[in-house]
Design a protein around this ligand. Structure first.
Ligand SMILES: Cc1cc2nc3c(=O)[nH]c(=O)nc-3n(C[C@H](O)[C@H](O)[C@H](O)COP(=O)(O)O)c2cc1C
Length: 203
């Protein structure tokens, strides 16, 4: 196997990140130039009609994380309460989720510009969603290339308008996913993959 395949097969989701080595507190910071390189590489993803519908929100400050966390948690609480979840369960889940946000050194919210469409049809919208998702994978691989790790988090889908309001984003930037990125502080378990032979039909 050549080094490119090795690299592509190496990426794994990581959810625990190293603290700051100089203080032993907080998170090990990610240099701004590294974040720029990752986002620049992300923009080389393919997209339908080359419309590049992806948009990025960098959330690294405590205030930004607090606003993001508050918007997600209040929606989570409301959703769980309307489903009849017990208060203790809601609180446990809320605290766990808030901790994940505050412990992530960097959060990138991947948005889709809903106006970046060739035509206003269902198919074109699907293409734009697919294009944005491709950028998500490119972002994870670009982070890996910079020695970072992270994971895709789909939670934003449940609170799109709340996030737009809380972070004062343009109305047409729909949050599609967010990525928690940092320096890995865990060894992921062995990857379980189906065999491509079992997933392929030959005609
Ligand atoms: C669309 C999508 C949504 C995901 N949502 C979450 C999520 O909300 N929380 C999470 O911890 N991981 C999430 N993941 C990461 C997957 O759980 C992970 O990629 C999968 O288990 C395979 O593991 P690997 O990434 O280590 O290969 C998501 C991945 C994708 C592609």
């Amino acid at each position: 196997m050549n080094k490119y395949h090795q690299f592509l097969r190496m990426r794994r989701s990581v959810r625990r990140f190293k603290g700051d080595p100089s203080t032993g507190l907080g998170q090990r910071p990610i240099p701004a130039s590294v974040v720029d390189t990752i986002l620049h590489t992300t923009t080389f993803a393919p997209s339908a009609h080359n419309l590049q519908p992806w948009r990025f929100v960098k959330v690294a400050s405590d205030l930004g994380k607090e606003k993001l966390g508050d918007s997600l948690i209040s929606k989570l609480r409301a959703d769980m309460a309307s489903e009849g979840a017990p208060q203790a369960t809601i609180e446990k889940r809320a605290q766990h989720s808030l901790a994940r946000i505050s412990k992530a050194p960097l959060i990138i919210i991947l948005c889709r510009d809903k106006t970046a469409l060739r035509e206003d049809t269902k198919e074109e919208e699907i293409m734009a969603i697919q294009s944005t998702a491709v950028a998500g994978l490119q972002l994870l691989l670009a982070a890996e290339a910079e020695g970072l790790s992270g994971s895709w988090v789909c939670w934003v889908l449940y609170a799109q308008s709340e996030i737009i309001n809380a972070l004062d984003l343009p109305e047409n930037w729909l949050p599609e996913a967010m990525f928690f990125l940092g320096y890995a502080d865990e060894e992921p378990q062995k990857s379980q993959r189906y065999l491509n032979e079992d997933l392929t039909i030959i005609r």
